[in-house]
Design a protein around this ligand. Structure first.
Ligand code: SAH
Length: 454
């Protein structure tokens, strides 16, 4: 019997889906229920029946699952960022391990058992960076918050628990100053107004604080006064202004100028001293990234004569964190500022260019070029964005035939797909290790160790 709209069914939630919804089954059909926890038994209203699955709404909780807790944020449901705040952190970790296992079994066709997830040292207030959209509140004045799921409606969230308190306070105070000085929020329909986003970053170890105004146009009224007030009140180390006049969802424009300070903040990750502005990708949870990088290093198991190729290297952090274990490091990354930072860090570490080289080019093109040139890396680290690697990259990796491939990914589905391809072409998955870089959200990082079959 197909499910029908508005039908009420009693279901047991079995697991979590990739978007953090609870998954139940009804007559063989999967039913996805946002806000449901594994183990919940609940009355569920069918909202949207599809051909072979359905979306439901949790109407009444009959028996709570063992890991269910009252959410400690008032706006987590409309905001949607913390889709797992109704689970205890232990239950969240267990659910994420199962979710990664499902992805690698179903999409990757692997029988290998996933290791239990490595938890984050901090479950709250762990973010070192936030990008807050600025929009008009009901009173017309600028406010920050988060976009409600799949929309551009801003949900105010004055105490987001994912970020340090000072970042929340800075956002509130900045909006008050905008109101005082007549600075307006960007209106994306009319393309009018001044401020599109606030971008806030903290050097986790150094404590250095960066604020960047993302501005529609070149400037905004009283920029210097506002920057100076905030700098003093919040001990900001750097204040930047990024120009983004484009009709785009991309947060940053390409031009950034410094209003105060050196323009960068410093951090140390896995022993690598870093400097960064706003354009470089950096793991948002520094303490959990330490856990991630230690595991990557263990999986890479480098030997002193090895050549390590770090594809999608960002600021070069993964490769640089293990450069002492090997003879030569090459990193590849598309964002020019990140490549510049990687080179500068290598120079600060006293590494000659033949020990550590970084290229600003597409990973697939670079890999194809290296394969053609007969380069033979011993270990290749792949850390692609959510969409995963393209076939050209994977084929070039296969052509270079490294001893070990370490795949790092924030998307288990695309990682499973890419690992499957490598597994079908001579590489054996040896270990799958989830790491929780994003507590309380649906996101999870995984590392896969693959060895060339002899
Ligand atoms: N390994 C880094 C960054 C990982 S995030 C770290 O641990 O910090 C993924 C990176 O891939 C981003 O820096 C992004 O800019 C880069 N990237 C995206 N597409 C790319 C491509 N086609 N070629 C090379 N790099 C790419």
């Amino acid at each position: 019997m197909p499910l029908t709209k508005n039908q009420l069914v009693t279901l047991s939630i079995e697991s979590l889906s990739s978007d953090g919804s609870g998954v139940a089954h009804c007559d063989g059909q999967a039913v996805f229920v946002p806000g449901a926890a594994p183990g919940d038994v609940a009355a569920i209203r069918i909202i949207k029946p599809m051909k072979s699955y359905a979306f439901g709404r949790l109407e009444r909780l009959l028996t709570p699952g063992p890991g269910r807790v009252p959410p400690d944020c008032k706006v987590c449901v409309p905001c949607g960022g913390c889709s797992l705040r109704h689970l205890s952190y232990e239950a969240e970790c267990a659910a994420k391990t199962t979710f990664v296992q499902d992805a690698f079994t179903r999409l990757g066709g692997l029988t290998l058992a996933v290791e239990p997830i490595l938890p984050s040292p901090l479950a709250d207030r762990y973010r070192n960076k936030v990008q807050l959209p600025v929009g008009a509140g009901e009173d017309g004045l600028p406010q920050t918050g988060f976009f409600a799921g799949r929309s551009h409606r801003i949900i105010p969230c004055p105490d987001c628990k994912l970020q340090p308190e000072w970042m929340n306070e800075l956002a509130t105070r900045t909006c008050a100053l905008f109101a005082k000085y007549g600075v307006t929020s960007y209106d994306e329909e009319r393309l009018t107004g001044h401020i599109r986003h606030l971008y806030i970053r903290q050097g986790w170890q150094s404590g250095q604080r960066l604020l960047c105004f993302v501005v529609n146009g070149r400037d905004f009224p009283h920029a210097q006064e506002i920057a100076a007030t905030l700098q003093q009140e919040f001990a900001l180390t750097t204040v930047l202004l990024n120009q983004n006049g484009g009709r785009t969802n991309v947060i940053l424009g390409s031009e950034t100028r410094t209003l105060f300070g050196p323009g960068v903040v410093e951090d140390v990750l896995a022993g690598v001293p870093l400097k960064m502005g706003v354009h470089e990708f950096y793991q948002v949870n520094t303490p959990a990234a330490e856990v991630l990088y230690a595991k990557i290093r263990e999986f890479a198991a480098l030997r002193p004569t090895d050549f390590l190729l770090d594809l999608y290297c960002g600021m070069g952090t993964i490769g640089l964190s293990m450069q002492a274990d090997c003879a030569r490091l090459v990193g590849v990354e598309l964002v020019p500022q990140a490549v510049e930072e990687a080179k500068a860090t290598a120079a600060r570490l006293g590494l000659a260019p033949e020990r550590a080289t970084f290229y600003c080019i597409d990973a697939g093109q670079a890999a194809a070029h290296f394969a053609e040139a007969g380069e033979k890396p011993d270990v290749i680290v792949l850390d692609p964005p959510r969409k995963g690697c393209d076939l050209a990259t994977l084929d070039a990796v296969l052509a270079m035939a490294p001893r070990t491939v370490v795949m790092v990914s924030c998307n288990a589905a695309t990682a499973a797909r890419d690992v499957k391809y490598l597994a079908q072409n001579g590489y054996q998955p040896q270990k799958i290790q989830p790491v929780d870089l994003f507590p309380r959200t649906k996101h999870v990082e995984s590392i896969v160790l693959l060895a060339r079959a002899e």
